[in-house]
Design a protein around this ligand. Structure first.
Ligand code: ITT
Length: 191
């Protein structure tokens, strides 16, 4: 099947391509040369994923999916959540976002957090489907590791001694929020 992935984030494209294999062809907005930023003005992950997928479905008229992901930190009442992309200021800076989290958590004992991804798929008939993935873990006190993107250097998944930025793409995909949501998407596409 041929599906458009409504994202301009090359890290996400790399992760998903690695997981989907050869059964499905995934084209991102970068492949389609569509470089205008997609609106994400809703106040839930589900709302933003649907907003991005609906926009791209209307524009290109083909099956497509979008994901929205948030880091939900228990002692910050679920923040940054849906505001994860710009938690450190108006520009999208991974470093500033992490600095903002680290300073708000300074001195706090409870460092439990989870990543949550919602994928919205619009099939070739215009029908909408949602898939969710959650990965639990904790926020470290400093950045560790060079791989991945976003908050990966400060997030250590449950049962691991490394951050997402230290784990290989294969391991991250097996246990991560997006990996789990994508597995559900693939199961649906293969059914
Ligand atoms: P698109 O909207 O173009 O898909 P985005 O970078 O804006 O890309 P999201 O809105 O889904 O992506 O994610 C919000 C932020 O959450 C993102 O900018 C990262 O900082 C962070 N994030 C998302 N997935 C992550 C992951 O797997 N590991 C670490 N941080 C992640």
């Amino acid at each position: 099947m041929h599906v458009i992935f409504a994202t301009q984030n090359p890290n996400k494209v790399l992760e998903i391509q690695n997981q989907v294999g050869e059964l499905h062809t995934i084209q991102s907005l970068l492949d389609l040369n569509y470089l205008e930023e997609l609106e994400e003005t809703q106040d839930t992950l589900q709302g933003n994923a649907l907003q991005k997928a609906r926009f791209v479905y209307q524009k290109f008229g083909k099956a497509c999916f979008a994901d929205d992901t948030g880091l939900e930190i228990e002692s910050l009442n679920g923040e940054p959540g849906v505001y994860s992309a710009r938690y450190g200021g108006p520009e999208k800076s991974f470093d500033k976002n992490m600095d903002s989290v680290l300073s708000k958590l300074h001195g706090k004992m409870n460092r439990k957090a989870q990543f949550r991804t919602v994928i919205a798929l619009i099939d070739e008939n215009g029908k909408e489907h949602l898939f969710e993935g959650i990965c639990k873990g904790e926020i470290l006190e400093k950045k560790v590791g060079k791989g991945g993107f976003g908050y990966d250097p400060i997030f250590q998944p449950e049962s691991y001694q490394e951050t997402f930025a230290e784990l290989s793409l294969e391991v991250k995909n097996k246990i991560s929020h997006r990996g789990l949501a994508v597995s559900k998407l693939i199961q649906f596409l293969n059914a």
